[in-house]
Write a protein that binds this ligand. Structure first.
Ligand code: MN
Length: 172
């Protein structure tokens, strides 16, 4: 009986510890202090697009063969980091792979993204994406119709806009 009680207690502790899937409980970090939140590489500091982001981000190209026509990258955002409002003339697909983040289309509710969630962004839809305030976030970014695609970068997502939508969001 005592042994059963112990097993039960252990199960409660284990299940309790794993409910917080959105928080980065794993403290394993790389040399730059970036937590390991997915099985994909973090890559390099996203300097090329830094001017269109609020906060720090990193990008790791996952594919290299242009003949295949579908470039895929892993993008990692520090907590609170998001990109400006923008649109892709060829569209974009996002696949969350680590931590927790948000996606919002202009005029709509923000959608919380957690690993396994897929967002399909139609051509020319204005939107932004980034981390949750309390969590690092990684998503795969798939560039659609890259031969014709053009990205148009717009204004930053202000703190007021961001705080407003991430506080009243719904689960995907
Ligand atoms: Mn986008």
């Amino acid at each position: 009986m005592k042994r059963l009680t112990l097993i039960f207690a252990a199960a409660v502790i284990v299940s309790g510890c794993c409910n917080q899937t959105t928080d980065v409980m794993n403290t394993e970090t790389d040399a730059d202090g970036i937590p390991k939140i997915s099985d994909f590489p973090t890559g390099e500091s996203n300097d090329v697009y830094a001017q269109y982001f609020s906060g720090r981000s990193w990008v790791a190209p996952l594919t290299s063969n242009d003949e295949l026509g579908v470039p895929v990258s892993n993008v990692t955002f520090e907590p609170g980091c998001r990109n400006n409002w923008h649109r892709h003339s060829g569209g974009q697909i996002l696949i969350a792979v680590g931590g927790a983040g948000y996606y919002q289309e202009r005029g709509k509710e923000a959608i919380r993204m957690e690993p396994g969630d897929v967002i399909e962004i139609s051509p020319d839809i204005e939107h932004w994406h980034g981390a949750a305030p309390e969590s690092w976030f990684s998503h795969l970014a798939i560039a659609c119709n890259p031969q014709e695609n053009e990205n148009t970068w717009l204004e930053p997502v202000t703190d007021e806009e961001y705080d407003g939508v991430v506080n009243k969001t719904f689960q995907f």
